[in-house]
Design a protein around this ligand. Structure first.
Ligand code: MG
Length: 228
């Protein structure tokens, strides 16, 4: 099920613009400051502001899912919740764990004359902070994080992918998206861009293949080698 180097080379041959998900392919955002802790602090902030947590919020340990839940239940709290989440994500990326092969992929893509954009449901400010801290800003043409205060911009919505292509002046047939979740593959499909599934956990390869990933890899280094 894992792509061979030849399959990857075939998929990447027409690619001029690499669209890259952040959490997973570049780093593990919540490796140092756990997602459950970020969700807890986000809830605490709501309560401290005199608000009640919406139904289901107490059990939600995924900060982005929690943000979506709060925004759905209380649209008036969307902007302030997003702002609190941006601050927590920015704190989290300082202690995030780089993905093996992720940095090498950025360098290989740029050395081979391709553009790279980061397309992520995380906050653009947090992504930019990570790239700057790791000396990677120059390898990335554009950062497309979720639209501030607008959870509907998040994948599986193709909006951020479409914005990345528009900004770079590239067309879907010359792009590839690399992501580690079924929603990435769905967003890619909706934008007309093939998606390489990065299966960084057991069982993910089947999920990504079922969602329609054009190929699945279990290492970012494989993709980096194929780009080089
Ligand atoms: Mg991801």
């Amino acid at each position: 099920m894992i792509a061979t180097p030849q399959q990857l080379a075939d998929v990447l041959r027409p690619v001029k613009h690499v669209l890259l998900d952040f959490d997973g392919p570049v780093c593990s955002v919540f490796a140092g400051l756990p997602a459950s802790e970020v969700a807890r602090r986000l809830r605490e902030g709501l309560l401290a502001g005199g608000e009640q947590a919406p139904a289901g919020a107490a059990e939600e340990n995924d900060p982005l899912a929690l943000f979506r839940l709060v925004a759905d239940a209380r649209p008036d709290l969307t902007a302030s919740t997003d702002a609190a989440l941006v601050a927590l994500e920015t704190e989290a990326v300082r202690v995030a764990r780089p993905t093996p092969g992720g940095e090498s992929l950025l360098r290989a893509a740029v050395r081979s004359g391709r553009l790279v954009s980061v397309v992520s449901n995380n906050a653009g400010a947090a992504i930019e902070a990570y790239l700057a801290e790791h000396g990677l800003s120059d390898y990335v043409t554009g950062v497309f994080g979720r639209a501030p205060g607008d959870p509907s911009s998040m994948k599986p919505n193709p909006r951020l992918l479409l914005e990345a292509m528009e900004a770079a002046g590239t067309r879907p047939e010359h792009c590839i998206f690399i992501g580690d979740a079924a929603r990435d593959v769905e967003a890619g499909k909706a934008a007309g861009v093939p998606t390489i599934g990065y299966a960084n956990k057991p069982g993910k390869d089947a999920k990504l293949a079922t969602a329609g990933a054009v190929v699945v890899v279990d290492s970012m280094q494989l993709v980096s080698d194929a780009l080089a």
